[in-house]
Design a protein around this ligand. Sequence first.
Ligand SMILES: NC(=O)c1ccc[n+]([C@@H]2O[C@H](COP(=O)([O-])OP(=O)(O)OC[C@H]3O[C@@H](n4cnc5c(N)ncnc54)[C@H](O)[C@@H]3O)[C@@H](O)[C@H]2O)c1
Length: 340
Amino acid sequence: MKRREKMKQVRIGLIGCGGRSNSHRQSFLKMDDVKVVAVADPIEERRIAAAKQFGCERIYHDYTELYNNESRDTLYAVVICIEPTAHESSEIRAVEMGIPFLVEKPVDMDIVRIRDVARRVRETGLITSVGFQDRYLKLTEMIRDELPKHKPGGLVYGSWIGGIPGVWWWQKKSTCGGQLVEQNIHLADELRYLFGEPVSVYATCSRGIVKPGVNCSSEYDTDDHSTAVIRFENNYTATLVSGCYQLSGRAHCGLVITLEDMVIDYRLRNNLIFKTADYTYDIKRESIDHTYYLDEAFVYAVKTGDRSRIRSDYADALKTHELVFAANESMGSGQVIYFK
Ligand SMILES: NC(=O)c1ccc[n+]([C@@H]2O[C@H](COP(=O)([O-])OP(=O)(O)OC[C@H]3O[C@@H](n4cnc5c(N)ncnc54)[C@H](O)[C@@H]3O)[C@@H](O)[C@H]2O)c1
């Protein structure tokens, strides 16, 4: 019997049992065709708590121990949610063992290794998915449906401004990549999903507002804010701002797309406004968490072999990572980076 024929339940291994893993766990708890059978995390209380949720008995210290004790017959997929600097062989081992994986963005801090993993995935044809859940929002679909109805071209303002997340690795640019790489990569990805591949990027960054040790860790050394100007074909130019210095108040987050005859105002993960001279439509987002749709598409692909529901696989996500890492390069050099 073929592996897929006996796959009534997709047996999943969880690599990393922290905050983001919990969102995926909430999805899997709702799915009858998923069984979490193995977990790995160096933090004991986290791996135990995750295992308990699923009654799972294969509990490992880290992904190396998990891969050493499992195989593609015992695990049909892994879901990788570890801090950005912890990747090393977390995806390469999965590729070598032929285990499909869903990995959270940013998929690594090392762009050379990301390219290498992408090449290996391409060569093996492994099923992969990357955690760009905003692609699965109905509001995103509505923007994609609307854009072709208008003359292309215009200005796009994208923004993600807020405070500093609590996880230790967010406090340093070397361990999180900066806010554009770690967080606003979602809107960078959404820009690619809406407007295609970028032509060039120029970016600046700034520090000095946030004081290390005051409202954040004493190790804090990442940018307080950054601005990337990204040019696309068809005369679209996006200005994507990221800021983590805000203590109170609520900045506009999302995308404002100004076309010749319409303004599309997407309020991040909340609502979407279409505005013309004649009407204003304001649409609320659906109540189901969009991470559920991301997970469901991946599970469906593993179960059936049909990957058409996956909206960003590893090869596609590589391009979003190339964009945000190029923006970081531009912040350092002051030069415009052109994509071939
Ligand atoms: N898609 C999204 O909206 C979203 C939201 C939050 C976080 N994320 C991403 O998810 C990833 C994890 O973020 P988080 O908030 O869960 O971080 P976290 O710090 O809460 O959890 C990371 C976990 O990985 C574990 N870990 C480290 N090395 C490991 C190893 N070798 N083997 C197994 N486990 C290991 C850590 O002990 C920790 O428990 C990051 O890349 C982050 O950017 C994505």
